[in-house]
Design a protein around this ligand. Structure first.
Ligand code: TNX
Length: 536
């Protein structure tokens, strides 16, 4: 073994001793002290119940503790030991930060907002047993001061290529919350399925939510329904279910950003309402694959397409309080527009140069509508082509170039480059990993990701709001496969977007990770074990 290796081994017991709690993402500062706080029936939860944020945070805390231990914490009663929640103007921790002070006789949580209180609780929960226990709940005495590095800490989930139940979505949100993510990007429509009930257009879910079979590994195959047989594979969320998930996420400080992907990736919408495409030909939602272009585009030459979209997005905006609404805008094959007389007439009438500018026209028209509803539009980086809409925010997925260009134009950006934060790519050796779309995004690569490109000045870098991992589901058919693909990579990303840059420490992360693996085992959560030995 190399010399450095011996040194590391010799230091291991010391390091383990120094770090008895394994918080991920690593807090800004954490000091462990002597002794422990025993959370038992003699503990009261103390807060000002007249404040609705404190009340909501207290409710979240007590229900979690009740699930974990069976203990119903008395609220605001007299007790020997207290856990106190406080909202107080506190410098240096921002909107989402917190102070957590644990001594043998009290736990004091202070924050500026409910978000901060909830994050302090997540830190606490990481020090408690992962599953229901009859043993005493012991919390190490410590002092934590913590706040995030980035405003946008996102995880995405594609529920179009395969449908996942509200329960799975909530489980995904729970994991996000535990690792202090605050934005869930819900990719609700694509060629393979329309997943959100729209009252005014019932066929979107009667037709567009169902496809022929689950043959998911063939890219771009267009199925033919058998004579007299309706497609049966799929599903969708009712508006009631959506509201329930939105509220569930909000309780955990997670905003849900809905994406309805237009004008490309729209085969499921066109299958439901053929007037939406340029050819107006009947078709079915696609099986498998992700991209054929032909006939999966909406028609920007047709005004009734915009009326449809305004109706649809009005319902979406009513369901999602998010400031941001994502319109997609990626991977539009312009061929159908070249062949469409109405599109060519639009190009002429609007004095546009080409189909690229027609796409830009489409997106700008969408933005006008979204801004009229007091929201902000997001699109994938293709929306830069042909001219960026005036206030659009850009998600940079084809590398970072689009994000860099947008930031230089003073537009907000979220970095989500395929390499390394596409979690549909392999996380280890394909021989032992489940079939994935290709490309390698190992845990280490995710951990080493730096969302602020060197090319940007400090002023430009302010436009990079944060980063996000995307989970596209062409190859993912089951809930456990969803969880497997994000575990443990989302833990690495959590540290990228939350912890101070200087705190990034691959070896330390790996040590802390072991406690989380143990928790996953106890909770029977699947995760990838490949390829991430401590590198020394
Ligand atoms: C590209 S990322 C897509 C998705 C696919 C993904 C597969 C993006 C905006 N578009 O439609 O699912 O690649 O990795």
């Amino acid at each position: 073994m190399k010399k450095a290796g011996w040194l590391f081994l010799a230091m291991l017991p010391l390091t383990l001793f120094a770090q008895q709690v394994s918080i991920i993402p690593q807090p800004v500062s954490l000091q462990l002290n002597e002794g422990k706080f025993l959370l038992d029936k003699n503990t009261a939860l103390v807060y000002n119940a007249a404040n609705k944020d404190l009340k909501a945070a207290a409710g979240f805390f007590s229900s979690t503790i009740k699930n974990l231990s069976g203990i119903s914490l008395p609220q605001n009663g007299k007790a020997k030991k207290i856990i106190q929640l406080r909202l107080a103007k506190t410098e240096g921790i921002g909107n989402e930060g917190y102070l957590l002070n644990v001594t043998p006789s009290s736990v004091l949580i202070t924050a500026n907002t409910k978000a901060g209180l909830v994050y302090a609780m997540q830190t606490l929960f990481q020090t408690l047993p992962a599953v229901r226990t009859n043993a005493a709940l012991q919390i190490s005495a410590m002092h934590v001061k913590d706040y995030p590095r980035f405003k946008w800490r996102g995880m995405h989930l594609d529920v179009s290529r395969h449908f996942f139940s509200p329960d799975l979505v909530k489980q995904y949100i729970d994991l996000m919350a535990l690792y202090k993510f605050n934005t869930f990007h819900w990719h609700l429509t694509d060629d393979q399925g329309w997943r959100i009930e729209i009252k005014k257009y019932p066929k979107l879910t009667e037709v567009g939510a169902w496809r022929v079979d689950e043959n998911n590994n063939v890219w771009g195959q267009r199925p033919q329904a058998k004579e007299g047989e309706a497609p049966t594979y799929g599903g969708y969320y009712t508006q009631e279910q959506i509201k329930d998930v939105v509220a569930y996420a909000a309780q955990r400080n997670i905003t849900i950003v809905p994406e309805l992907d237009v004008p490309g990736h729209s085969a499921a919408a066109i299958a439901s309402y053929p007037f939406l495409s340029c050819t107006q030909q009947p078709q079915l939602p696609m099986t498998g694959g992700n991209y054929t272009g032909i006939s999966s585009n909406l028609c920007p030459g047709n005004d009734s397409v915009f009326t449809f979209l305004q109706d649809v997005y009005s319902e979406v905006i009513n369901l999602f309080p998010s400031k941001y609404i994502h319109v997609g805008g990626d991977e539009v094959d312009k061929t159908p527009w070249k062949l469409c007389p109405k599109c060519q007439a639009r190009i002429k009438a609007e004095a546009l140069k080409n189909e690229e500018e027609l796409q830009s026209y489409f997106i700008k028209r969408m933005e006008k509508f979204i801004v009229s509803k007091h929201r902000k539009m997001i699109g994938w980086d293709e929306i830069l082509e042909g001219g960026l809409a005036p206030e659009a925010m850009v998600m940079s997925w084809r590398g970072e170039a689009g994000g860099i260009a947008a930031a230089k134009m003073n537009h907000d950006v979220v970095m989500t480059p395929g390499n390394p934060v596409y979690f549909d790519h392999y996380q280890g050796d394909p021989a032992t990993e489940p079939l994935a779309i290709g490309g390698f995004n190992t845990l280490k690569k995710v951990y080493d990701y730096e969302p602020l490109p060197k090319e940007l000045t400090e002023a430009e870098a302010k436009y990079i709001l944060g980063a996000q991992a995307n989970l596209w589901a062409e190859y993912i058919t089951t809930p456990s496969h969803v969880l497997y693909m994000v575990l443990p990579r989302m833990l690495a990303l959590s540290e990228v977007v939350w912890s101070p840059k200087e705190a990034r420490d691959w070896n330390g992360f790996n040590q802390r990770l072991q406690a989380h693996f143990k928790a996953f085992d106890q909770k029977e959560l699947p995760y990838s074990k490949g390829n991430f030995k401590v590198e020394i």
